[in-house]
Design a protein around this ligand. Structure first.
Ligand SMILES: NC(=O)c1ccc[n+]([C@@H]2O[C@H](COP(=O)([O-])OP(=O)(O)OC[C@H]3O[C@@H](n4cnc5c(N)ncnc54)[C@H](O)[C@@H]3O)[C@@H](O)[C@H]2O)c1
Length: 450
């Protein structure tokens, strides 16, 4: 599925018309492709507090060139506006800011950069997680970073994105893995997000195939987001089992053949689903992606059990039941990772989608409730909440709603299945343990529920 307006707005004629009439001009987003060598193809600029030196060290492994403001050490040349490359990525360590007056350092650092960035630039601000701060003024100051980073994300042009990453005490070793995702085109449709990295014993170390040898299950894998997830997990080294309803047999078999994966035709709401799944996974599974989902939209006034029940059954009850079965039968490998596909609708609610929103909000609660037991095994359970993604599901929407869904985000366009898949693949890495229980929106900073 494509968004023809993005193509038009980026054509020569389209640019002129869009500029003259004042229409939205969504950028053509850069995405990851197999020929890329590094996460940052271009200059990475680091600045701010004590973590800047660590970032410069890690970045040598994934950025083409690293600069700093102010000068950090002899290995990291100073950047200035008149000389040196335009930054493709920026990391600013704000973790040492402790008073509201010090927040002005953010303005001083970012203002000269705003017109100097490359298209599709990536910005990450690092902060200190609140549990490490006992002084209320310091907590207030760190909390202020949320408003700043989300506003910065809305002011960046040409497909630029910005995120805030709070780092808890003892979690510094998890920052590199997060930066490799958030500074690369893999996070093209992730913007205005706030995440906290917490200490975890496991890390992602095997670049560039971080899932090598891992066994993964993806439900709803025959098409759309699920097919993209399966493809991306396989690209990153996982052995994938693709699951979808028996009616999707042909698409599932074709994808399985292409990826060297195995296919499992199963309705996840059937009474035998758990036993058939366990039988199909005799060696267990390390990564479980609960992606299968359906919508049956009706306003609450017109809702009937025929619309309500299947949505709750597929989107919420089946992931709960299947996860429980995998845990009870010890079918999850050591340090298992579970990723749940929620939706921004589950965060914001949506007219005509009370059933779907309830199910998708329930998944966020599921991750929060299960985070502790999974952490005890070195594992994690996290939720990905996509915004408007170009798939069969959104293609069925009425034209006006579809257009509104596409444009009502800071990036002014819908995302691609690959954008969600890249986020899931990141959260399927061992380092996801640092994000256990959290929600990552992949929504182009959608205005819904933001
Ligand atoms: N497309 C979007 O904009 C969007 C936004 C937010 C969240 N999501 C979520 O992302 C996930 C994937 O969405 P999509 O757009 O790719 O949808 P899609 O309709 O294109 O694909 C969903 C897949 O799930 C399978 N499925 C449905 N019921 C099943 C069942 N009972 N057992 C096994 N498989 C079943 C379908 O056969 C299909 O292959 C869903 O959970 C959806 O709610 C999508």
């Amino acid at each position: 599925m494509a968004d023809p307006y993005v193509r038009f707005a980026n054509s020569e004629l389209g640019r002129r018309i869009v500029g003259a009439v004042g229409l939205p001009s969504p950028a053509r987003l850069e995405r990851w492709h197999s020929q890329r060598q590094r996460e940052v193809e271009g200059a990475l600029l680091v600045g701010g507090g004590p973590l800047a030196i660590d970032v410069a060290g890690w970045a040598a492994g994934f950025a083409e060139a690293v600069y700093s403001v102010p000068p950090l050490d002899p290995a990291t040349p100073a950047w200035s506006q008149d000389q040196g490359q335009r930054p493709k990525a920026v990391v600013y360590d704000a973790s040492a800011l402790r008073t509201p007056a010090e927040l002005q350092q953010l303005m001083a650092f970012f203002q000269p950069l705003l017109r100097a960035l490359e298209p599709c630039a990536r910005v990450v601000i690092l902060g200190t997680a609140e549990e490490a701060l006992s002084d209320p003024i310091a907590r207030v100051t760190q909390r202020a970073l949320e408003g700043f980073s989300r506003s910065l994300a809305k002011e960046l042009r040409d497909g630029g994105t910005a995120q805030l990453l709070y780092v808890a005490e003892g979690a510094k070793d998890q920052v590199e893995g997060a930066l490799r995702f958030l500074l690369s085109p893999k996070s093209a449709y992730v913007s205005g997000q706030v995440l906290t990295l917490r200490p975890a014993a496991v890390h992602t170390t095997q670049w560039p195939r971080p899932l090598e040898g891992q066994r993964a299950l993806v439900t709803g894998a025959a098409r759309g987001i699920g097919a993209a997830i399966a493809e991306t997990l396989a690209r990153d080294g996982a052995k994938v089992v693709l699951l979808d309803v028996p009616q999707a047999h042909a698409e599932l078999a074709a994808l399985a053949a292409r990826l060297g994966a195995s296919a499992l035709n199963l309705d996840i709401t059937s009474s035998e689903a758990a036993s058939e799944l366990l039988a199909a996974l005799p060696e267990g599974v390390d990564i479980v992606v609960h992606n299968a989902g359906i919508t049956r939209d009706k306003t609450l006034a017109n809702m009937t059990p025929e619309f309500w029940d299947p949505v709750i059954a597929v989107n919420l009850e089946a992931p709960l039941r299947l996860t429980q079965a995998l845990i009870e039968h010890k079918a999850l490998g050591p340090a298992p990772r579970i990723v749940l596909l929620s939706s921004v609708t589950g965060i914001a609610g949506n007219r005509g989608q009370a059933n779907y929103a309830a199910a998708k909000a329930g998944l966020i609660g599921f991750a929060e409730a299960m985070a502790e037991p999974l952490a005890a095994q070195g594992g994690s359970i996290v939720t990905v909440a996509p915004g408007f993604i170009e798939t069969n599901m959104t293609d069925r929407m009425p034209f006006a709603l579809r257009e509104a869904g596409r444009r009502m985000s800071a990036l002014g366009q819908g995302g691609q299945p690959q954008d969600v898949a890249e986020a899931v693949a990141w959260l399927a890495q061992p380092g996801a343990a640092a994000l256990n229980g959290q929600v990552l929106r992949v929504c182009g900073q959608s205005f819904m529920g933001a």
